[in-house]
Design a protein around this ligand. Sequence first.
Ligand code: ADP
Ligand code: MG
Length: 238
Amino acid sequence: MGKIILKKVNKSFGATQVIPGIDLTIEDGEFVVFVGPSGCGKSTLLRLIAGLEDTTSGSIEIDGRDVTGEAPARRGLAMVFQSYALYPHMSVRNNIAFPLKMAKMDQAAIDKKVTDAARVLNLTNYLDRRPGQLSGGQRQRVAIGRAIVREPSAFLFDEPLSNLDAALRGTMRLEISELHHQLKTTMIYVTHDQVEAMTMADKIVVLNAGNIEQVGSPLDLYNKPDNLFVAGFIGSPR
Ligand code: ADP
Ligand code: MG
């Protein structure tokens, strides 16, 4: 399960309205990319879904349940942070196990989940290393592993590859797409990079100043952009 419905979601910080009102349905299992220029509200929208910010008005539904105002931990979603959010003093094993230890899961169950996640992510031989002894791509996989073990109904990524060099970004892009094929779990992926949007998404949501300009498949947006903003944004790599 991982169907997410936003109804008239509005967010203001003080007097500043960042998201005037968004209606959006994300289907179970979809890979959805939020794309748009810096400052357009991508992170804010993702954080509203995660529960890291409260909506000013409107509602958010996950798998038929109204979660508006509910704490992040109760929503069953996993936010994947950039790889620098790992604990440098902990082994890879303990970094991945961390959310399960916090949830007081028993050790045998934790070990099994960490082993399974490490297998999916090709980290089996690195479990006893520290993050500092890993490559950038491996560190990013550990950050994803920490999300996988919680078996979320959706993964939320906020520009997870922006710290990596161009070659590694290409590799990780493929790895995350492959992970989506394996897990078939809903993924919401925020980026300002048109190439990531076009190559990874089932559905692209183009944002501009807190509003949705267009929602569609990469092909839809490329062939039938609704307006000049979408045409310019998808058409011109920056
Ligand atoms: P993006 O991720 O697309 O770059 P953000 O969602 O981070 O954009 O920010 C959208 C707008 O909201 C920006 O103008 C930003 O300055 C503002 N904003 C984000 N978070 C806060 C906050 N906690 N307080 C005040 N303004 C914020
Ligand atoms: Mg952002």
